[in-house]
Design a protein around this ligand. Structure first.
Ligand SMILES: C[S@@+](CC[C@H](N)C(=O)[O-])C[C@H]1O[C@@H](n2cnc3c(N)ncnc32)[C@H](O)[C@@H]1O
Length: 261
């Protein structure tokens, strides 16, 4: 897409041009989460989890509550194709793992499970982490729940239903406390993203990290991302092109950083 290509060139330029003026917090985030090249043993488990679906031809029925697909025509999709087109890459899964690990998160919420590549990564972050992940498609949710269990992952709750139902009904039905990390990875529509973010705010604290996927998926998603970087509650925002990170930390003045990973 021309929009994505032109934005990527701008991102490259801003990343190089603004390098060196990062805050101490962003410097540490870059060093410990974005650029850490340590080989963690958990990467082996993540690789095995990914391999387990790589050649799987099972057809799963997709109930589309998102912004549609640019790749698939049919709503019945092979698992291996879902891995190729609707899942976090190995590189991004490792990055998400490092963020969860470094922030020592205890409660994670993911909107958009798919085959659980990020869910699995988050579940390995530390001994105490609990991960909740919301997925509309029943067959996908069931498949991933079973696959996680077969990989001995017992600290994940896959919640089948739409994001709206989760935010409007389930979250409100019992005291939920706050989340340390929220990963928004589904329904790539600008207005929906803003709506979900505002509904999630009561479940955040000053050290929560909110991660948005596909901020350059469309012009509309990019506009939503830029609005969020200027939201009253948001201080630091970090754009790595594939993902956007939002922080609420008080010691940081509102600023957007571009980082190339
Ligand atoms: C890009 S995939 C998620 C990838 C996954 N987070 C990973 O790291 O591999 C997005 C998922 O969100 C689900 N989804 C999209 N819109 C939704 C909505 N409004 N409610 C619930 N699930 C939704 C889709 O069915 C799809 O499985």
């Amino acid at each position: 897409m021309i929009f994505q290509a032109s934005k990527y060139v701008q991102h490259l330029f801003k990343s190089f041009h603004l390098h060196g003026i990062h805050s101490p917090f962003v410097f540490q985030f870059e060093k410990k989460c974005l650029r850490d090249s340590t080989y963690y043993e958990d990467y082996e488990l993540m690789s095995r989890f990914r391999e387990s679906v790589k050649n799987n031809n099972t057809l799963l029925h997709i109930e589309d509550h998102g912004a549609g697909s640019r790749v698939f025509k049919s709503n019945d999709r092979e698992v291996r194709k879902i891995l190729q087109h609707n899942s976090s890459s190995a590189k991004m899964s490792k990055l998400l793992y490092r963020v969860a690990r470094n922030f020592e998160v205890k409660r994670v919420l993911e909107l958009g499970t798919s085959l659980g590549m990020a869910t699995h990564a988050f579940s390995l972050a530390n001994e105490v982490v609990q991960v909740s992940s919301v997925e509309a498609s029943k067959e996908v949710a069931d498949f991933t729940r079973n696959n996680l269990l077969s990989h001995s992952i017992n600290n994940v709750d896959i919640i089948q239903g739409t994001f709206s139902n989760f935010l409007d009904v389930k979250l409100k039905s019992k005291p939920h406390g706050t989340y340390d990390l929220i990963y928004m990875d589904g329904h790539h529509d600008g207005d929906a993203t803003l709506k979900y973010f505002n509904k999630l705010l009561p479940y955040t604290h000053l050290d929560t990290v909110v991660i948005l996927d596909d901020i350059y998926w469309s012009r509309d998603m990019y506009v939503a991302w830029r609005k969020l970087t200027k939201h009253d509650r948001v201080t630091a925002a970090i754009d790595i092109y594939d993902l956007g990170f939002l922080f609420f930390r008080k010691e940081q003045r509102q600023q957007l950083f571009h980082v190339l990973v």
